[in-house]
Write a protein that binds this ligand. Structure first.
Ligand code: G3I
Length: 302
């Protein structure tokens, strides 16, 4: 196959991209995005601050713009993200305790009701674990509302849209030996044992010189899948965009039956949140980088 989406589809997987609504008018951008990818994540437009800028007043305009563009072009949509310490609107940042807990559940209900039956995978909770070697939860207003905030979010999400796969999503959890990975693994195992509704784990895979790709990523994916959840690579970008490393990530996903697909975090280097790392598959002028061929060849079994 000659595009990333079609090549991934050969094994029943998707190859997706993060889309920024305000770039869809750029025809170089939208032409590549439409041609190459068969899954879409909104880069910012389905986050809490975007969807509920004032308490109780939802604004789905930008989120729907990304959603409609995707569906009109035959792509599936990943939802990102319902409960997160970051990109909370000001009113939510100022809440705590039971009031925050209620606001979190209200947000999950409001958003999942709007998109009910339309989102294949939802990132229900994003980035709840701390960086470093503690294996602890990240401090945040959500964490201070009680350690059970994550399972409360997943139970609310299941009730709000039983058709969506419910994911936990995080970064620096690709290396099997990292304390953060092991902490996330223990949480997912506990949730599966106790019947907390979790269906998938998203590995963001923002690889850079400080937290590089490690070949034990495949062990990580396999170990989580063995707990009885699907896995996805949700925000892939690689500092320097080595074609070999990109190919290795693809092969890791292809090696794991329960790996649903891969999403890269932007179209061109100039669209990236870390553009100075030139981490993506396309140059600013829209031309394909060597990393593109690394991905396509791997998807095609080469
Ligand atoms: O839209 C405003 C614009 O009106 C304003 O003039 C401008 C000035 O700063 O800011 C614009 O908002 C920015 C937004 O991106 C859209 O470009 C925010 O400041 C900026 O903080 C925001 O950054 C996003 C970041 O999440 C915020 O946490 C990045 O685009 C986005 O790629 C990044 O994505 C995250 C994932 O959600 C979770 N995992 C990590 C990943 C990378 O940080």
């Amino acid at each position: 196959e000659s595009t990333l989406g079609a090549a991934a589809k050969q094994s029943g997987r998707y190859f997706g991209v993060a889309i920024a609504a305000n770039r869809l008018n750029d025809s170089t951008y939208s032409t590549i995005a439409n041609r190459e990818f068969n899954s879409v994540t909104a880069e910012n437009e389905m986050k809490i601050d975007a969807l509920q800028p004032q308490r109780g007043q939802f604004n789905f305009a930008a989120g729907d713009r990304v959603y409609n563009w995707a569906v009109q072009n035959g792509k599936q949509v990943r939802g990102h993200t319902l409960a997160w310490h970051s990109q909370q609107p000001g009113w939510m940042q100022n809440l705590s305790g039971g009031a925050l807990r209620q606001a979190m559940v209200d947000h999950i209900n409001g958003v999942m009701n709007h998109y009910r039956g339309k989102i294949v995978e939802w990132d229900v909770v994003n980035e709840a674990f701390a960086d470093g070697n503690s294996g602890a939860r990240r401090d945040s207003n959500l964490q201070r509302s009680g350690n059970d905030w994550i399972e409360v979010a997943f139970r609310a999400a299941r009730a709000a849209d039983p058709s969506a796969k419910l994911c936990y999503n995080d970064y620096n959890v690709e290396n099997w030996n990292a304390a953060k990975t092991q902490a996330m693994y223990a949480m997912v195992r506990d949730f599966k044992q106790r019947g907390v509704p979790i269906d998938c784990v998203g590995f963001q895979a923002h690889f850079n010189d400080g937290s590089p790709y490690n070949s034990n990523f495949r062990t990580t994916l396999q170990s989580f899948a063995a707990l009885g959840v699907d896995v996805s690579v949700t925000e892939l970008d690689i500092q320097g965009a080595s074609p070999t490393t990109y190919g290795n990530v693809v092969n890791d996903c292809l090696a794991v039956t329960r790996c649903l697909g891969i999403t890269v975090w932007g179209v061109r280097d100039t669209d990236s949140w870390r553009s100075h790392h030139t981490p993506l598959l396309f140059n600013g002028d829209g031309s394909k980088k060597p990393a593109y061929n690394g991905v396509l060849n791997a998807l095609n079994g080469g």
